[in-house]
Ligand binder design. Structure first.
Ligand SMILES: O=C(O)CCC(=O)C(=O)O
Length: 232
């Protein structure tokens, strides 16, 4: 028997002819060698994910962290899991406790773990066990500049990145900062997975536009991103 935790996941996601299938049959679109876009993969789980995001944010509120250079980041962030990503004057790192509350970060919700593991498997990275989830809230006008994810101890594990709410233009570059990035529009429910030869590629997000249709019906006037990683 196949247990479907998220029965309302659409059978066929939107997309063109550029799809292939690697895992259990979800069509994936290549962004680069080792990097895959799973259109609509999180749509069926979105309400559950959103409930858990709201719960995490109550316990560990979103905040604008500072870069080591002293500038405020444009997005608001928080974390859950065994460790959380933090940035301040001392640098970028993972910490077991939220520096604002000095308490451990909220636990990684089961729904986050399940989604990350099933998406990673569909992208050819079976056995992914994330221990940290960074939650980014983008308000209209906010962005994330090109960067590499390299504060983790283990680059063998992939990154799983979930988009909720407003659309975004995702930049996916090369292994050097100056490599010209591709631009991909990400919609509510899309998941991007990258690992292997793509694990250290530069990536970022262009400034978020507000939607002409008003706030997103579930997420409100924002884009949320969940980035699941194995940090320790
Ligand atoms: O918001 C996104 O899609 C990407 C987030 C990201 O690059 C990060 O948190 O490192």
């Amino acid at each position: 028997m196949t247990l479907r935790l998220f029965p309302d996941v659409p059978a066929v996601p939107h997309g063109g002819d550029s799809f292939t299938s690697l895992g259990n049959g979800w069509p994936v679109e290549s962004l680069a060698e080792g990097a895959w876009l799973l259109r609509g993969f999180a749509i069926g789980a979105a309400q559950t994910l959103w409930r858990e995001i709201e719960r995490v944010i109550k316990e560990a509120p979103l905040r604008q962290m500072s870069t080591p250079g002293g500038q405020k980041m444009s997005v608001r962030t928080t974390s859950c899991g065994e460790v959380g990503w933090v940035s301040d004057r001392k640098g970028y790192r993972y910490a077991a406790c939220d520096p604002e509350s000095t308490c451990p970060w909220p636990a990684l919700p089961e729904s986050f773990l399940h989604l990350a593991q099933t998406a990673a498997t569909e992208a050819g990275y079976a056995g992914f066990v994330p221990d940290s989830c960074l939650i980014n809230r983008y308000d209209p006008g906010t962005r994330m500049s090109l960067h590499q994810d390299k504060d983790e101890r283990d680059f063998a594990a992939p990154i799983v990145s979930v988009s909720l709410g407003f659309d975004a233009i995702f930049l996916f570059g090369g292994l050097r900062r100056n490599d010209r990035p591709s631009r991909t529009r990400l919609y509510h429910g899309d998941v991007v997975v990258w690992g292997g030869p793509a694990r250290l590629r530069f990536h970022g997000v262009l400034p978020i536009a507000s939607s002409a249709d008003g706030p997103h019906p579930l997420i409100g006037p924002h884009r949320f991103n969940l980035t699941l990683r194995k940090a320790t």
